[in-house]
Each structure stands twice: as C-alpha cells, then as structure tokens.
Design a protein around this ligand. Structure first.
Ligand SMILES: NC(=O)c1ccc[n+]([C@@H]2O[C@H](COP(=O)([O-])OP(=O)(O)OC[C@H]3O[C@@H](n4cnc5c(N)ncnc54)[C@H](OP(=O)(O)O)[C@@H]3O)[C@@H](O)[C@H]2O)c1
Length: 248
C-alpha cells in the first residue's frame, strides 16, 4: 500500500516512514526537501498519485500566532483538496491531547482549525491525539524560562516517547478510518513542575523551577487535568527514566 507521510523528514515522520517500510508498505516522505510543499501546493498532485493513505505529521516552522494559523489552515486546505482529487481513502493527522481545552493559545487554535478542516473535508479520517513527547519537555522548559527561573503550573502531565507515538500513528494509518479522535499517551503521570525540576537536577541545569498555578502554557492557562488524556488512551511502553538514562 502507498502511504504518503507529510512531514516525513521530521521527528515523528521519519520514524513513521521507517515503521511503514518495515511492514512492507511503500512509505513516501513528503516535505520541502523532497519537493513537496503543502503551503504552496507544489508537488502534491504528483506525490499523491496512487496513494491509499496520507498521514500529516508536518509542523509549522514558526510558532508565532499568525504564522502557525496560516501554516495549518493553508497547508491542510491544499492537502485535503489534492487528496479528494486523488481518491485517497484515509487521511490521518497528528494533533495534541487537550487541543480543544487550550484555545487561549495561538498554536492550539491553529491545531483546532486543522482538525476542523479534516472533519469537514469529506475524506475518511482519523485524528491521533498524543500527549507531550519526551523530546518536547525541553521546549516546554525553555518557553517557561525567565532568567534562571522556570515558572510552571503544578498540573498533571503524562508524556510519551516519540517512538510510541510513531507506532500508534502507524497502527492507525494501517487500520480503518476512526472518524474521530484516537488518543495515545505515555505509561506514567507526573506533576509538570516536579517532572521538570527533577529533569533539570539530573542534567545539572541550575535553573530553579517555581510552581505557579497562573503560569501560562504557550499562552493558555492550565487546569489540573487539561493536558491529561481520557481513560481510553493507549499507553506507550517507554518509561521516561529509561529514555533519559539513554540520552545521558
Ligand atoms: N511536540 C509534541 O509534544 C507534540 C505532541 C502531540 C502532537 N504533536 C504534533 O506532532 C506533529 C509532528 O511534530 P514533530 O515534532 O514530529 O514535527 P517536526 O520534527 O518539527 O517535523 C515537521 C515536519 O514538517 C515538515 N514541513 C514543514 N513545512 C512544510 C511544508 N510547507 N510542506 C511540507 N512539509 C513541511 C518539515 O520539513 P522540513 O524539516 O524540511 O522543514 C518536517 O518534516 C505536529 O503537528 C505537532 O502538532 C506534537
């Protein structure tokens, strides 16, 4: 089966292309460096020829509010239009657990707009919602840093390894369209400020973590369960301590 992976050179996309190939599928990575640009539409008609499934794991190069909204609106519109023309049978998109609860954030407003375009497109679809990747905790920490202080809300977080996300997206892409959201998460829950405090200490990073219930998360205020998945989420097997030990 031919599966086109939009963003197939990125963190999740490259792992997904490998996994699909290992299972005997023709996995085609699509990104600007392979001649496919969803923002302009360049290369889309050609790459989608004979594709059964399209997986969108692309991301905006800029997270500024207007840029990210422009990226997900424009690229998703181009992509879904091209898929309808090519007769693609399943569109899979990777989004974030809690997107609908994080609408004070420009990034999550753009992800919500992306999901709404997918739902309205008429192309059979699955939306995979993942919790925060282990690899993204550094980005969360840096975004919350002011000088030597990291201000984070004391809320629940259940991060997941990118390998486990790629495996879940792969499973979804090879199955029937869910017509809704499938959640994937990690095996353990933490409190965000405590997790970051322990990670920084383990790395010898001198930054101080302050628990602040008002601290914004990419512009949104968090409740205790905003970032947590529902009870039906499929847990990945990789524990963060094992991953961190391997990183070190
Ligand atoms: N980070 C998290 O914790 C988290 C949690 C849940 C869900 N997600 C979602 O997961 C998705 C993938 O994240 P990721 O970290 O794997 O992304 P990533 O590593 O930043 O990769 C993004 C991919 O998109 C491609 N891309 C950028 N502009 C493009 C364009 N105009 N046309 C086609 N492709 C383009 C990039 O290609 P180039 O490298 O060539 O630019 C790259 O292959 C995102 O949509 C994100 O919302 C993330």
């Amino acid at each position: 089966m031919k599966v086109v992976v939009i963003g197939g050179t990125g963190l999740i996309g490259s792992k997904l292309v490998t996994k699909l190939g290992e299972q005997g599928h023709e996995a085609v990575p699509a990104a600007p460096e392979t001649g496919v640009d969803t923002l302009t539409g360049e290369g889309l008609t050609e790459v989608l020829k004979d594709a059964s499934v399209v997986v969108d794991v692309s991301n905006s190069p800029s997270f500024a509010d207007d840029d990210v909204m422009h990226f997900f609106r424009t690229s998703t519109t181009h992509l879904l239009r091209a898929e309808a023309g090519a007769g693609v049978a399943h569109h899979v998109v990777l989004s974030v657990v809690g997107t609908e609860r994080l609408q004070d954030s420009g990034y999550f407003r753009a992800k919500q707009a992306q999901e709404e375009l997918v739902r309205a497109s008429g192309v059979p679809f699955s939306i995979v919602h993942a919790t925060q990747f282990f690899e993204f905790l550094k980005g969360i920490t840096d975004a919350a840093t002011d000088g030597d202080t990291v201000r984070l809300a004391p809320v629940g977080i259940r991060p997941v390894h990118s390998d486990d996300v790629a495996a879940a997206v792969c499973r979804t892409a090879l199955g029937p369209p869910a017509g809704g959201v499938v959640e994937v998460t990690g095996p353990e829950s933490f409190q965000l400020d405590e997790l970051v405090r322990d990670s920084l200490a383990a790395e010898g990073d001198p930054r101080r973590v302050v628990a602040d219930p008002e601290a914004p998360y990419f512009g949104a205020r968090l409740g205790r369960t905003t970032l947590l998945p529902g009870p039906g989420a499929r847990p990945g097997g990789t524990r963060i301590a094992d991953w961190a030990a391997r990183q070190r």
